[in-house]
Design a protein around this ligand. Structure first.
Ligand SMILES: Cc1cc2nc3c(=O)[nH]c(=O)nc-3n(C[C@H](O)[C@H](O)[C@H](O)COP(=O)(O)OP(=O)(O)OC[C@H]3O[C@@H](n4cnc5c(N)ncnc54)[C@H](O)[C@@H]3O)c2cc1C
Length: 475
């Protein structure tokens, strides 16, 4: 295809900005359209009560290679941007697993065999399950076949995590303390619904190769600043454009190009710099310059699944892709931020609670110097969804008092409930490919086909793959 490439990217989340930065790094002209005032999508910085928060507390793993590579490509510094902790899972007063500084997978085996809060028999069961997984290259189809009636049916390549755990005799206490928190943190899906295949992909990448892969990386800056904002500057320095407050209403497939129509509300005045929004420097792409129709040789749709389905539905030839997107179910994540007096701290930067409403607690003072600011994260569906925000906050405040003796009331709290935080990562899920049936129309996003569950890494990998596909078409 000896033609001039010109790519439109719909959505300025991690997937869209990864695609844009990757294209810009190859000197391919690119324009990003983001409907919100700021970039980042589900991983964006927000301000509340003059305090910098995220749309939800996030965590990266050392094995998120593409995300870390992209952050560095656009000017980030991994050592400065993150607090890096060696793998440690602490459920306060109930369970503690710490990986010693030994090469993988020895670090994990020692961690499992010395885990506090498990009986000897549970430790041995966990360690031998891990060895079995390793011998099977973390592939379900290479695991020893279960006894008849125990699960993996004829012709099915995947099972639920709870079925896998039952097959490998991981008893209830071990499941509650180790596997369930791990699965919910990784897949944001309850073990009874979660895909064993995808969990094993994450375990393979995080636990099996280098010890640093299992490190936990907690950002010291907000998620818009961490990557999307830097990516926008990177794109603009290479002649690309990034339009914020500029939602796409429709995509039209023309003979050998695509037309993107932006919404009338897209042409808004520049947001005022300040605490209410994280504003991207737009250079030549000020919003008053935005017209309502654009033409591109290629389009990458990196909007969230519900919006992507709406934009693709009218386009001929995409019925299968749209049906796959429509079939996705979603799972929530709630983050409750609580501002306590500055002296209030937790025993660790990140600590879990066993059989409580709060699953993981983060001490933003230890992570980012925001003293007294705690974040409680509640992933996946559960009874917490039946509570009002005030009731939820009171329960978390009571848990913090009971578990850590925090007697003070917070000065303020803020519940951020993301009802469609991720897709529900169930077995045998058919996820849409990045390449649609129309060669010049591509899909990026954490929900598109890939090894990973809905994560930043899955989103970034999909964006980079779209850029690769476009480059391959042009060669
Ligand atoms: C609370 C929470 C906690 C999470 N924790 C973690 C974690 O710890 N680790 C991890 O790896 N992942 C985590 N995730 C998942 C991670 O945030 C997502 O996988 C990732 O951000 C998805 O990126 P994306 O670019 O695919 O989609 P999105 O972030 O949804 O980006 C899509 C973008 O498209 C824009 N858009 C929508 N409609 C239009 C339109 N019509 N025109 C133009 N633009 C449009 C949106 O505004 C958005 O910016 C978490 C998610 C949530 C919500």
């Amino acid at each position: 295809m000896a033609e001039k490439l010109n790519v439109g990217v719909i959505g300025g989340g991690y997937a869209g900005m990864a695609a844009a930065a990757e294209l810009a790094s190859r000197n391919i002209p690119v324009t990003v359209f983001e409907s919100a005032q700021q970039l980042g999508g589900r991983a964006r910085g927000v301000y509340y009560n003059d305090t910098r928060l995220d749309n939800g507390q996030h965590l990266l793993l050392g094995c998120y290679r593409e995300t870390l590579r992209m952050i560095e490509l656009v000017g980030g510094d991994i050592d400065q941007d993150f607090l890096r902790l060696p793998l440690q899972l602490d459920l306060h007063d109930q369970f503690s697993l710490r990986a010693p500084r030994l090469p993988a997978p020895l670090h994990l085996l020692i961690a499992l065999l010395s885990a506090q809060g498990l009986t000897w028999s549970e430790r041995i069961k966990a360690a031998s399950f891990m060895l079995t997984l390793r011998n099977a290259n973390f592939r379900l189809d290479q695991l020893p076949l279960p006894q008849a009636g125990e699960g993996r049916g004829e012709g099915l390549s995947d099972i639920t995590v709870s079925a896998l755990l039952a097959q490998h005799k991981q008893d209830a206490d071990l499941t509650f303390k180790l596997w369930e928190p791990l699965c919910i943190a990784a897949l944001n899906t309850p073990i009874q619904k979660a895909s064993a295949h995808v969990l094993l992909n994450v375990l393979r990448d995080a636990l099996n190769q280098s010890r640093a892969d299992s490190d936990m990386l907690l950002p010291r800056i907000d998620f818009t600043a961490l990557f999307p904002q830097r990516a926008a500057s990177f794109v603009e320095r290479r002649g690309g454009k990034v339009h914020t407050s500029c939602g796409v209403e429709a995509i039209r497939s023309l003979e050998d190009e695509f037309e993107i129509i932006t919404t009338p509300s897209a042409v808004r005045p520049e947001p005022v710099e300040g605490h209410s929004s994280v504003h991207v420097s737009t250079g030549s792409t000020r919003t008053e310059d935005v017209s309502r129709s654009y033409r591109f040789s290629h389009v990458i749709c990196a909007a969230p699944p519900v919006v992507a389905a709406k934009l693709l539905r009218p386009i001929a030839g995409l019925a299968n892709t749209v049906a796959q997107i429509d079939a996705l179910e979603h799972q929530p994540i709630y983050t409750l931020y609580l501002q306590y007096p500055a002296h209030v701290t937790l025993p660790h930067p990140m600590i879990g609670l066993h059989r409580r409403i709060s699953q993981w607690l983060f001490d933003k003072g230890q992570i980012a110097g925001q003293h007294g600011l705690l974040a409680a994260v509640i992933s996946a569906e559960g009874i917490h969804q039946e509570l009002s925000q005030d009731e939820l906050a009171q329960k978390v405040i009571a848990e913090l008092r009971d578990e850590f003796g925090i007697a003070e009331q917070p000065q303020w709290f803020k519940v951020i409930a993301e009802k469609r935080a991720t897709f529900c990562c169930s077995p045998n899920l058919q996820r849409p490919a990045q390449q649609t049936a129309l060669p010049r129309l591509l899909l990026a996003g954490d929900y598109t086909a890939g090894d990973y569950p809905a994560t930043l890494e899955g989103a970034v990998m999909s964006g980079v793959r779209c850029a690769d596909l476009i480059r391959a078409q042009s060669e």
